[in-house]
Ligand binder design. Sequence first.
Ligand code: AMP
Ligand code: MG
Length: 267
Amino acid sequence: MSDDYLVKPGKKAKLDGRDPADTGGLKDEESARTQLADDIVAIDKLQDRLYAEGKRALLVILQGMDTSGKDGTVRGVFNQTGPLGVTVTAFKRPSEEELAHDFLWRAHLAAPKRGTIGIFNRSHYEDVLVVKVHKLVGAKEVDKRYDQINAFEKILTDNGVTILKFMLHISKKEQRERLQERLDDPKKHWKFNPGDLDDRKLWDDFQDAYETMLERCSTDHAPWRVIPADKKWARNAVIASVVRKTLEDLDPQYPKVTWDPKSFRVE
Ligand code: AMP
Ligand code: MG
């Protein structure tokens, strides 16, 4: 199932041809929830082994338009995972300090330590998305960044970090409903930001920027996946299954000790 959503390196991603309401061969919501429940427990067990092994790390990058469900994915997929070995970093508008460095500085600082899972809620990709669409940096400068990102991610993967990149693909119609909910439900007011409406007006420009990002930065060492995100249950189930499978393939091992446990007695 997982590889249906891969963007082949060097290929155009064509978001138009990808249905945001796709349910990825999942039978129905109930079976997807059962599968998810099983996967997130497995993810926790695998994470414990990753932590004990202490040699490698996993970086999960979440990108998507406002309301695409980045926060919900963190909550839905990692809520069984022990907090000891997981860090979540939300990338907001850069601070003065961050702007004084190269754009990858803050991403590198937040990269996961050996033995841990790092989650990027937004990421260095904002520097070729919102920055490009709002022309915060010149076009030539942005154009150099795709290769810089690929090189940066290669440094991480060469140093034991496996990278999973998920673009949460929602429809414009679904975004309308979710933004409206943020206005209608007092418990969601805090999530509403009038700036989101300005970005919604630039929907097509953002989709173009996403397509270019997918085409130029889906690499063999760190491929992108475009995850249909109109249905939250399908989104979570698909992502959890990819995370689980990836950790299973890494197959982290509890370290073998060099001493004999039988030589000690706990009085
Ligand atoms: P939120 O929707 O709460 O995640 O808000 C974070 C905001 O920070 C979004 O509007 C992002 O587009 C913005 N943001 C994140 N990274 C950058 C960046 N490098 N440059 C400019 N804006 C950014
Ligand atoms: Mg926002």
